[in-house]
Design a protein around this ligand. Structure first.
Ligand code: CU
Length: 131
């Protein structure tokens, strides 16, 4: 039995990237349910970090939403400074590869997968991390 010590990355850093210029998102904001983890630390959860590219709060939102849309993912938190996605998931339901692909599918490159150009091009201007 492994014990995963949650080195709670207290992201005390309130990151405010310039990017949120408008309230009107052109993208489809598929009905989003924000479920705060109510101490839902199942002991079967696996903890992982995945490098994900991005630039701003919109990226963060997109990346986290994509990750959480994968069955078995309990939490997903992207760190803007480190470009790192902090994940908890049930290894019996999913794996890091599937999560990575789900993120690439919405336009963000990860350490493992690249988003295709068309999807990338459709991102808001402020999210163009490829320069
Ligand atoms: Cu962005």
């Amino acid at each position: 039995m492994k014990k995963y010590v949650l080195s709670a990355m207290i992201a005390a850093t309130v990151l405010f990237a310039a990017c949120n210029s408008g309230s009107s998102k052109s993208g489809s904001g598929a009905a989003q349910t924000e479920t705060e983890t109510s101490a839902g630390t199942g002991h079967h959860d696996e903890h992982a970090l995945l490098g994900v590219q991005g630039l701003c709060e919109i990226c963060k939102e997109n990346i986290e939403t994509a990750a959480k849309s994968v069955d078995g993912v309990s939490t997903a938190e992207w760190d803007l400074d480190k470009k790192e996605l902090h994940l908890h998931f049930n290894p019996q339901q999913t794996n890091i590869d599937a999560i990575s692909k789900a993120i690439a599918r919405v336009g963000y490159d990860t350490d493992r997968d690249k988003a295709d150009q068309a999807t990338y091009d459709a991102l808001p201007a402020c999210c163009k991390y490829r320069g």
